[in-house]
Write a protein that binds this ligand. Structure first.
Ligand SMILES: O=P(O)(O)OC[C@@H](O)[C@@H](O)c1c[nH]c2ccccc12
Length: 260
């Protein structure tokens, strides 16, 4: 059993339990449910913006504890002021130490598009994402069948949210890409083995159809990485650990963005 299998198995149990406590109607009645989502595509692909998607991540299965003290509202406000194009908030508690309250806290201080970073295995989580003010969602190809990813993308679209489809290899890309997706993210980290290689983004770049905004995810730690990835058509760069491992993540993001 890989770590991804464990996460997905746990997630299904967790979502079943949440459904018992908060109904879909309850989610739809929350004030943020009616918020108009901000276009992640527009912010990320804009030539006047940094393209940096900065993540709030306390811990991960591959790295253990990354930052146990940073306050999400401080970081979210700082990321916004630093000029990020979007923010990613991990909402998985069991493996990443995040919560939906983290996203709510980020939302209350930041106008940038926010992605709910979680392992979506049920439509309920998409409605929940909308109810906490998320603008776009992540669908991870390696957790879903192509039918599921398409169905979930439709659910998100019907709620006005955009979709970042995450793939790790050619097979996943070819099986899951469809016109319901908005952004395609190539994860440089293999979620089954944790191996990281930026080369992965370079290899898959030419296989991603031009109508999608290309995003490179994970293992990005310097400006050279960004310059290189831009040559391959990438517009979005998802960075977590490189900022979160410092004692002042938003300062790290600001310094990084000022060098672009
Ligand atoms: O911390 P990094 O190496 O900069 O990576 C950020 C982000 O790409 C990573 O957290 C991530 C990419 N896809 C995911 C799916 C689930 C959880 C986490 C992720």
């Amino acid at each position: 059993m890989t770590i991804l299998d464990k996460i997905v198995a746990h997630k299904k149990i967790e979502v079943a339990a949440r459904k018992e406590i908060v109904s879909l109607a309850d989610l739809q009645a929350r004030p943020l449910f009616d918020k108009e989502p901000v276009s992640a595509k527009a912010w990320i692909a804009s030539p006047n913006k940094s393209g940096i998607i900065a993540e709030f991540k306390r811990q991960s299965p591959s790295k253990g504890l990354i930052n146990g003290t940073a306050k999400v509202s401080d970081v979210a406000e700082g990321y916004f002021k630093a000029g990020v194009s979007a923010m990613s908030v991990l909402t998985d508690q069991e493996f990443f130490g995040g919560t939906v309250d983290d996203l709510l806290a980020a939302r209350s201080v930041s106008p940038v598009p926010i992605i709910r970073k979680d392992f979506i295995v049920d439509e309920y989580q998409i409605v929940e994402a909308k109810s906490i003010g998320a603008d776009f969602i992540l669908l991870i190809a390696s957790c879903l069948t192509p039918e599921e990813s398409k169905k979930y993308a439709e659910v998100a679209r019907n709620l006005g949210m955009q979709i970042l489809l995450e793939v790790h290899n050619q097979e996943e890309l070819e099986a899951h890409v469809c016109d319901k997706m908005d952004l395609i993210g190539v994860n440089n980290r293999n979620l089954k083995t944790f191996e990281v290689s930026i080369e992965n983004s370079k290899i898959l770049a030419e296989l991603i159809p031009n109508e999608f905004v290309k995003v490179s995810e994970s293992g990005i730690s310097n400006i050279e990485n960004i310059k290189e990835l831009k040559k391959y058509g990438y517009k979005g760069f998802l960075i977590g650990e490189n900022f979160m491992k410092t004692n002042n993540p938003s300062k790290a993001a600001k310094e990084f963005i000022s060098q672009l």
